[in-house]
Design a binder for this molecule. Structure first.
Ligand code: NAD
Length: 260
């Protein structure tokens, strides 16, 4: 169904983005990877995904805090694949601190990488999608796009912003064959969350396992982590004809977090 289409997944050298890129490539979609990491390891990951799935897998090193890099990434994918049909805005970072102590540069970086990057990528990718009369824009938001937690002012602001951007782009593209949807995961056990588990273990003198269970249990009623594979499968569903009328809205994979 998706064979021959092409996607960019930002921040796909790790965690959720990696899971989404693997799901798309496994469904016959050519994928451009993006994100930071060791160059040799990224090349190994790129080559392994290409040989396992037989699709074209490319990599672009765009820094998602830099609009010119983002435009270059979209142009490069259009040149390599002939178009960008699926854009997954996933790259993101976290910083946890009370607002009085929240470093200005962390605020700026989180707003740039977790929010403004999606604006720049969507703006650059939409003309091609409109020309081909089909497109999927999937923004990886968070339960923190719908509710807040203390000490995450920048992250919660950026993720609530992504929800507004998703609604606006959904309206502007309605009826054009293009949809824009936000996915709102709860806790997913990735390096971004591992840092918070390590901090909790140190602050509360807990074992790594106890800190992990305390963190997930505090917010997520299922007491189970959401997985990158589940998010990858949700992206495939959103790319299917069954999801043609899902636009401007959000899908939660959070074990009941925001129902409380
Ligand atoms: P992660 O740290 O495992 O991966 C983040 C990815 O983004 C990496 O590939 C990293 O290299 C890339 N990245 C970071 N800064 C970048 C930049 N400036 N330019 C390009 N790439 C950059 O994190 P993750 O948990 O997989 O998070 C992915 C997304 O999912 C984020 O938007 C995050 O907010 C969101 N999310 C995560 C969770 C969770 O529990 N892990 C929950 C809800 C939402």
């Amino acid at each position: 169904m998706l064979k021959g289409k092409s996607a960019i997944v930002t921040g796909s050298t790790s965690g959720i983005g990696k899971g989404i890129a693997e799901a798309l490539a496994g469904s016959g979609v050519n994928v451009m990877l993006n994100g930071f990491g060791d160059a040799a390891e990224i090349e190994r990951q790129r080559a392994a995904l290409a040989s396992a799935t037989r699709v074209e897998v490319a990599y672009h090193p765009a820094d998602m805090s830099k609009p010119a890099d983002i435009r270059d990434m979209i142009a490069s994918a259009e040149k390599t694949f002939g178009g960008v049909d699926i854009l997954v805005n996933n790259a993101g970072i976290q910083h946890v601190a009370p607002i009085e102590q929240f470093p200005d540069d962390k605020w700026d970086a989180i707003i740039a990488i977790n929010l403004s990057s999606a604006f720049h990528a969507i703006k650059a990718a939409l003309p091609g999608m409109r020309a081909r009369k089909w497109g999927r824009i999937i923004n990886i938001a968070s339960a923190h796009g719908l509710v807040a937690s203390a000490e995450k002012s920048a992250y919660v602001s950026a993720k609530h912003g992504i929800m507004g951007l998703t609604k606006t782009v959904g309206l502007e593209t309605a009826g054009s064959g293009i949809t824009c949807v936000a996915i709102c995961p709860g806790w997913v056990l990735t390096p971004l969350v591992q840092k918070q588990i390590d901090a909790k273990a140190a602050a509360e003198d807990l074992s790594p396992e106890a800190a992990k269970m305390a963190l997930v249990g505090e917010k997520q009623p299922s007491k189970e982590f959401t997985t990158p594979e589940q998010i990858g499968q949700t992206v495939l569903f959103l790319c299917s004809p069954a999801a043609d009328q899902i636009t401007g809205s959000a899908i939660s994979l959070d074990g009941g977090w925001v129902s409380q």
